[in-house]
Structure formats: C-alpha cells, structure tokens
Design a binder for this molecule. Structure first.
Ligand code: PEP
Ligand code: MG
Length: 569
C-alpha cells in the first residue's frame, strides 16, 4: 500500500513502524461493526483499569518526592471512575455503535467543553485534568505503553497523527529512521527540528494511522513524500539501494562541512547555526560555523513543569557563549505560542494562535517571565559575544518597548552590583509590517535577522502548521524575494548587519538567490551546513546576482522555482 504526503526533510528509510499516540491525539469519527459492540466495551473497561493502575504507580512514586503532585493523580483516578462518564461511554458504544476510541474522545469532549466555558476559573482549570485523562485512555487504547519518544529501544519509523516540538526535541535521534505524520506544516517547528536532526520526514500523510500497524515494515521516500507499507522484497531492496545513493550524496556534501563557505570568486559567506537545545550534539557543530545565528531559547521552557529560573538560564546561555568565544551568539528571547506551548503554564486557548499572544507579545503580557530572561541573558553576556534578538516584532513601538525593558533591567542589575557585558540588540524581521518599515527599524537596532518561516506565513496568509494550505505557503513567492531584497538593502545602507535564519537559508536551491540579493550571513540547522556550503562554494557572486535579478522579475512562485532549478525546463 502506498500513502502520500509532503516531504518535510529529505532522505530514505526502510524499517519497522512505531505508532506513536500521545496527548492531544484526535481519533476520527468511527463506528463499530455489527456484533463487535461488546468487545469495544470490554476493551474500554480494560483500558480504564490499566489507566487506573498506571496512575496508582505514578501516585506512589510521586508521594515520596512531591506529595502535592501525587494528589493530581488521585484526582485523575476519580475522573476515570466518574459516574456520568462511565454511563455515557458504554451507552454510546452499545446503543449508538460508536467505536470505543471515538466514544472516549467524544464523551470527554462534551465534559471538557462545559468545563472550559465555566465562569469560575477553578472549574475551568479542571478541564485540563479531563483532557489529560482522556489522553491517557486513548494512549492505552492504541496499545502504547511508552509515552515519550526518548525511550525508544531500537531504530524505528515513527508514525503519529501529529508531533509537538517537545516530542521531537526529546527524540533520541539515533532511534528515528524517519518521521511520518498526518498533520503538520513543512515549516512547523517539528519539521525544522527533524531537518536539523537529518531525519527523513513526510508530513500530511492522509489516513496514515488507519493504515499503519505497530511493527509493520515500511519504506519511506521523503524526497517524493511517499510511504510504502509492507513493500515487496524487490521494492525494499530497490529502496535500500536508493538509501545508499542518498547516503553517498550526503557523504559528498559532508566533505564541505569543515571548509569555509567561500564563493568560487572569493566572497566569504558567514554560516550561522540554529540551535534549540543546549546539548553537546547541537554544540558539536561549533567548529564548522561562524556564529550562532539563532538560539531558540524557548526550548529551555517547553516540556517541563516549572519555568527555568534566572540561574538555570544563565548557565545554559553561558555554555553556548563560552563555546562560541568571540563569535556572535544571537540569543532570541522567548518565542512561545503558535505551535510552541508551555506545559508549565495553563495558557488560554486561542482561535488563531499564530496571530495571537505569541513571542514578544507574550513577553510583554508576562513581564516577570520576560525580565527574568533578560536579566539572565545580560548577566550571561559577560561570557561571550551576545547579540540579543526579539521575535515577532510588528512595530517600532514594539522595539522601543523592548528596549525600555532592557534599560530597566540594566538599571536593576547595576543597583544590585551584578555585572553584565557589552551586547547588541536586534530584531527578527518576520512580520511584513516591520519589513516594510525596515528603514525606521534599522535606526532603532544594531542588527536584524530575517525569519523567512514566519515572514512567509504572514505574507502569504497561510498557516505554516496546516498542511491543507501548504500550496498557499509559498517560500518561493516572488513577494518574499522582493521583501528580502528591501530589508537587506536598507540594513546594508545603514551599516547594520542583516542575516536570514528561516528554513529558506538552508535551501541549496534558494541560496544563490539569497546571496544575489545581498545576504552574506545565512543561519541554519546543523544538518544543513554541509550542503549549504557545497552550494555556496560552487557559485560566483555574479552568477548569484543574475539569478536574483531573474527571480525579482518573476510573477509567480512556479516561475521562481523554475529559475532556482527545481523544475527542469
Ligand atoms: C522564522 O520564523 O523564520 C524563524 C526562524 O523563527 P521560528 O521558525 O522559530 O518561528
Ligand atoms: Mg519565527
């Protein structure tokens, strides 16, 4: 059986499937075949018992370290035994023929909706408990004992409805042959992490979870966005060969890894590194790059029960700054919201999270969290060459407001006698409004970095997470290149450094155009560095300018694609 999706990170894999279900899993509406009602009901009762037992185990282990948390599990056990729910689910299965997973999902959903609308915040908060219990029941329903992807024991192809950045970030990458998801956009943070780990990934695979079975053999051709289940022997053999070709090409690119990125006519292009976690794996690339072009600090905050305090942040930032010595480290302040959520804070659900209280806006509305981070960043700046950058800047007011907060933190630290070093202050240009005001912005800041992922999302009005609108999310939209040219020219005119740190910067096809538009600093995930350097070394600036000129004359993304060489004309 062949399934199709969109290739989000290139590569080939052949292996066994691990079906990953998790919190937030969304079953499809489905019904039990005639005569199988009782077996679905029995399975629900068994799952309920298992869930109760799992909570008991958690409760006992937690009682020693954190008795308050143990109470949460008692509350969850009570929800599992809730009388109304336990009348409703069996009734839906037996009388209305709802499949067990659908019945669990829907019955809990009804309760959740009522709770969420409650005026009393304490009652509304209970919704999260019901949500957690539902996720637990569904996970067990699908036979998944292990909640996390960090505890995989052998290399597998991971199939999931959707993955959160916290799932991917905690992934043991040596155990992930490939990632397959039903949802998720190509510049979602999951896709970005997958690319930076070099894991072949196909997203938007319709019907994936209905089709795959735990342990099934599969072939993944992420270059073509194709998944073949139970391949014939010859097909598996053919893909093993393709895998070898892919590996050879990767090895060829690897020969450029430690070289400088110097164009064929001698122009040095700076390569920055995009990092999320402060792990040795991520930092290992420091020898092959010129800077950290984007430190996504939000990954220090996600997937944990408490916020990182000032000291913890200082030690993380210090580690990166020291590793990079005199080379710049662009530390981006907390960019939470959108597809990156905090489990340590119960944030209100938003209708349009990417247009909501995200990133800098979130920081403005949570001044304590923001100030703690700025304090930590400033105090860590004594250990290296820190450049502080604000995400999601929409106006000159945003910049001024953020700078005022920096000034007040400086004053605070001075009063406390806590030292801080020299640092630059800059912004991400990822909202079209600020791109159009680049002239004014350049006078307010020391540098800028173009966030092409969000710039494309906001310019094309296409949700980067939603694979259904992926055809509208056009990284090669001519307007993208027009804006990039404007931003680059303005910052150059003002004598201020400008770089690009979105996924476009690591696309070997787009790189010539970016250089031609004037960019001399590209920042990317570690797995993209070698191929980007290969693309840069085989190019002259003159050629790149010619390509850029042609791109600027295009009226459609398709034409741009053709010029960049993705379509052989
Ligand atoms: C971007 O938007 O291009 C960017 C680099 O930031 P993020 O992908 O983390 O939103
Ligand atoms: Mg962004």
């Amino acid at each position: 059986m062949i399934l199709n999706g969109k290739g989000a990170a290139p590569g080939i894999a052949v292996g066994r499937v691990f079906v990953y279900t998790k919190i937030g899993f969304l079953p499809q509406e489905s019904f039990v075949p005639e005569g199988e009602e009782q077996s679905h009901l029995d399975r629900y009762l068994a799952v309920k018992k298992e869930a109760f037992g799992e909570l008991e185990g958690l409760k006992l282990s937690m009682q020693k370290h954190d008795p308050q948390k143990a109470d949460i599990f008692t509350a969850h056990q009570e929800i599992i035994e809730d009388i109304v729910i336990n009348e409703e689910i069996p009734s839906r299965i037996l009388n209305e023929k709802w499949a067990g997973d659908w019945a669990i999902y829907q019955v809990y959903e009804t309760v959740l909706l009522v709770l969420q609308k409650a005026a009393d915040p304490l009652i509304a908060e209970r919704a999260a408990d019901f949500d957690n219990v539902r996720a637990l029941l569904l996970r067990l329903w699908y036979g998944n004992k292990n909640e996390g992807l960090s505890s995989l024991t052998e290399p597998v192809i991971i199939a999931a409805q959707d993955l959160l950045p916290s799932d991917t970030a905690s992934l043991d990458r040596s155990k992930a042959l490939a990632l397959l998801t039903e949802k998720g956009g190509l510049t979602s943070h999951t896709a970005i992490i997958a690319r930076s780990y070099g894991i072949p990934t196909v997203m938007g695979v319709h019907g994936l979870l209905d089709a795959v079975k735990q342990g099934q053999l599969a072939v993944v051709n992420a270059d073509e966005g194709e998944v073949i289940l139970d391949p014939e022997n010859e097909v598996a053999a053919e893909y093993r060969k393709k895998y070898e070709l892919f590996s050879r090409d990767r090895q060829d690119a690897q020969t450029y890894l430690s070289k400088q990125a110097i164009t064929a006519d001698g122009e040095k292009i700076d390569i920055g590194l995009n990092i999320s976690a402060v792990t040795d794996d991520e930092l290992a690339a420091s020898a092959n790059v010129d800077s950290v072009g984007l430190f996504r600090t939000e990954f220090l905050y996600i997937g944990r029960d408490t916020l990182p305090d000032e000291e913890e942040q200082i030690s993380a930032y210090k580690k990166v700054l020291e590793r990079f010595g005199e080379c710049p480290v662009i530390l981006r302040t907390l960019d939470i919201g959108g597809d990156k959520q905090l489990s340590c804070m119960d944030l209100p659900r938003e209708e349009n999270p990417f247009l909501g209280n995200r990133a800098l806006r979130f920081c403005f509305s949570n001044p304590d969290i923001f100030k703690t981070q700025i304090r930590a960043a400033l105090r860590a700046s004594v250990y290296g060459n820190m450049w502080l950058m604000f995400p999601m800047v929409n106006s000159i007011d945003d910049i001024r407001r953020a700078k005022e907060i920096i000034a007040s933190v400086k004053e605070e630290l001075e009063k406390e006698g806590k030292p801080f070093g020299q640092f630059k202050t800059g912004i991400m240009i990822e909202i079209p409004s600020i791109a159009l005001l680049a002239d004014f912005a350049a006078q307010e800041v020391d540098f800028a970095s173009i966030g092409s992922n969000d710039l494309c999302q906001y310019l094309c009005a296409a949700d980067r997470m939603n694979i259904e609108v992926e055809p509208y999310y056009q990284s090669y939209h001519p307007a993208m290149f027009t804006l990039i040219k404007k931003i680059t020219a303005v910052f150059e005119k003002n004598g201020k450094p400008v770089s690009i740190c979105g996924e476009l910067a690591s696309d070997p096809l787009a790189i010539p155009a970016l250089v031609g538009l004037g960019l001399r600093k590209l920042s990317m995930g570690t797995a993209s560095v070698a191929a980007a350097k290969r693309a840069l070394c085989s190019l002259t600036v003159k050629q790149s300018q010619e390509i850029a000129q042609k791109v600027l004359e295009c009226s459609t993304a398709e034409e741009v694609k053709r010029i960049l060489g993705t379509i052989n004309s």
